[in-house]
Design a protein around this ligand. Structure first.
Ligand SMILES: *[C@@H]1O[C@H](CO)[C@@H](O)[C@H](O)[C@H]1NC(C)=O
Length: 326
C-alpha cells in the first residue's frame, strides 16, 4: 500500500555493501523467497467487473507527461509486442475472490477531469482525496460520473502539490471512498508527480537517492527514463503498483500479507525495486535498453516503452513479470 518503506530498506542495503553481497549470495534471485511471504486471502472482493478508469488531473499538468500516462493506461488492456504491459497485467488477473471471479483483464480509460484551479489548495491530506473526487463529480462542466459498478478513480497531483506523507512515507496509495463524502463506496488511488519534490525516492531508479549518503555512481549508473522524464517514468511504475493493488485488494480485505490490515503488504509491495530477473539489494534486475540507452521492461501502445516493477505471482510464489528470463 505504501511504496516508500521498502525502497528505503532496499537502499539501506546499498549503503552497507556487505549486506548487498550477503543478500546476493544467499539467493541468486530475490524474486524468490516465498518463506518470507505469507500472502493470504481475507474473503473480500477483487475488481472482477470490467474497470472504467477515471483520471482527475489535479493542478497544472504538462501535456507531454499526460500523454505518457494515458498511453500507459491504454496499454493495460491493449496488445503490444511481448513483453507488453498487458502481459504484465496477466499476473494480476490470476488473483480471484471467494465467488471464483478473477481480477478483470479489461481496464478502460473512460473519463478525465481537469482540476486546473487546485480546488482544495496545494496541500492535500489523505482524506482530502475523497473531496477532490466529489468535486470532480459535482462540476458544472463535464463532471465525472459516480460509477459504482466498475468505476476506479485515479487522482494524479502535479509537481507543485504537496500531499500528506508524500515523499516521506508514500509515493502513492489506494483506498475506497466513504458514502457520506462521495455518495458511495468506490475504489480510488492517488499518485503524485515526484519530479520536483523527491525523484530520488519516488522515481528511483531514474534518479539518485541523495539520502542514501552515497555519491551517485559515475557513468551510466542512473537509468535513463524511457519517456524522457524521470518524474513521469517513475510515476508510471507507481501507478502500475497501485492499479495492481487496488484490483486485488479494493476494500483492503482481500489479498495482502502480514497481520495488520492498517499496514498490509500487498501484491506489489512485495516486489518493490524488482523489475527483472536477478533483482535484489538495489539491483533492478535484467531489463532492456533501447537504442538511446533508456531502461525499460515492457512495451505499450504507440511504440511506448515503460519500466514497471513486478508483482507477486501466487502461482510461482515469487515476484514475476513477462520479461523474466526463467
Ligand atoms: C483465475 O483465478 C484462478 C485462481 O486463482 C487461477 O488459477 C486462474 O489462472 C485465473 N485465471 C486467469 C485467466 O488468470
Amino acid at each position: 500500500m505504501s511504496i516508500v518503506k521498502v525502497v528505503v530498506l532496499l537502499l539501506c542495503t546499498l549503503v552497507n555493501s556487505s549486506v548487498v553481497v550477503a543478500a546476493l549470495d544467499r539467493t541468486a534471485n530475490y524474486e524468490g523467497s516465498s518463506d518470507l511471504v505469507n500472502l493470504r486471502y481475507h474473503l473480500g472482493p477483487v475488481l472482477a467487473s470490467p474497470v472504467r478508469l477515471y483520471i482527475i488531473w489535479y493542478g497544472r499538468w504538462n501535456p507531454t507527461h499526460q500523454s505518457t500516462i494515458r498511453d500507459f493506461l491504454y496499454s493495460v488492456s491493449s496488445a503490444a509486442n511481448y513483453p507488453s504491459v498487458a502481459d504484465w497485467w496477466r499476473t494480476v488477473t490470476i488473483y480471484a475472490d471467494q465467488s471464483g471471479s478473477n481480477v478483470t483483464g479489461s481496464v478502460a480509460l473512460s473519463g478525465e477531469f481537469h482540476d486546473w484551479g487546485y480546488s482544495h489548495g496545494n496541500y492535500l491530506s489523505r482524506l482530502d482525496m475523497q473531496s477532490v473526487i466529489k468535486t470532480a463529480m459535482n462540476s458544472y462542466t463535464r463532471p465525472l460520473p459516480l460509477d459504482v459498478r466498475g468505476g476506479l478513480y485515479l487522482v494524479l497531483t502535479s509537481g507543485d502539490v504537496r500531499v500528506q506523507d508524500f515523499c516521506r512515507a508514500v509515493c502513492g496509495f489506494h483506498y475506497f471512498t466513504f458514502p457520506h463524502v462521495v455518495g458511495a463506496t468506490v475504489p480510488y488511488a492517488w499518485v503524485g508527480y515526484s519530479g520536483a519534490q523527491c525523484p530520488g525516492l519516488c522515481a528511483y531508479p531514474f534518479a539518485w537517492p541523495g539520502y542514501s549518503g552515497m555519491p551517485p555512481p559515475s557513468g551510466d549508473g542512473i537509468m535513463k527514463p524511457p519517456n524522457g522524464d524521470a518524474g513521469v517514468d517513475g510515476m508510471i511504475s507507481v501507478i502500475a503498483h497501485e492499479l495492481a493493488e487496488v484490483s486485488t485488494n479494493p476494500l483492503v480485505n482481500a489479498w495482502y500479507a502480514g497481520d495488520d490490515p492498517t499496514s498490509p503488504s500487498e501484491v506489489a509491495d512485495l516486489c518493490i525495486g524488482v523489475y527483472g530477473s536477478g533483482a535484489g539489494g538495489g539491483y533492478v534486475g535484467a531489463v532492456n535498453k533501447d537504442k538511446w540507452g533508456d531502461g525499460f521492461n515492457l512495451n505499450g501502445v504507440n511504440g511506448r516503452k515503460f519500466l514497471v516493477q513486478w508483482v507477486w505471482s501466487p502461482v510461482k510464489n515469487r515476484c514475476y513479470g513477462p520479461n523474466a528470463l526463467d
